[in-house]
Design a protein. Structure first.
Length: 143
């Protein structure tokens, strides 16, 4: 029986950042450690990043639109860049979802390593792309 006043969706009771921290703690293994490390790199690349909790439990990082999602599966932590296809990836971090016209993903397996500076560069480039595709009417110009 449900308690009076209890929400049916617990994600509506906590901020996204707390839900992401909770997910990291719940994983408790290499996947949690990996997601925690990638979250830290995203925040270092963009201190103004917005953390969101979407689609019934997916961590999302945004700035003028979605940068990437952070999903955890049994054998992989997947960081999917919403507009990854047009991003330059000279170090070839993208290793998944390579056939699509829009998204690209980085699959990190247990023991896998990600070039931190290259990853931060991808995050910054994704933010720049999001900013360049914003509606011109939403940009304010100073006279």
């Amino acid at each position: 029986m449900k308690k009076p006043g209890a929400s049916e969706d617990p994600s509506k009771e906590k901020p996204a950042s707390a839900l992401i921290s909770q997910r990291i703690a719940e994983l408790g293994d290499w996947r949690g450690a990996t997601l925690k490390r990638m979250r830290k790199l995203i925040k270092e690349a963009d201190p103004d990043v917005i953390e969101e909790w979407k689609w019934r439990g997916t961590p999302v990082w945004s700035h003028d639109g979605i940068i990437c999602t952070g999903e955890s599966y049994k054998k992989v932590v997947k960081l999917t860049f919403a507009k990854g296809a047009p991003l330059a990836d000279p170090t070839r971090l993208f290793n998944s979802s390579l056939d699509g016209n829009v998204r690209r993903a980085i699959d990190i397996h247990e023991g896998g390593d990600v070039d931190e500076s290259a990853f931060k560069a991808l995050v910054r480039e994704a933010i720049a792309l999001n900013g360049s595709t914003k509606s011109k009417s939403s940009k304010k110009t100073k006279s």
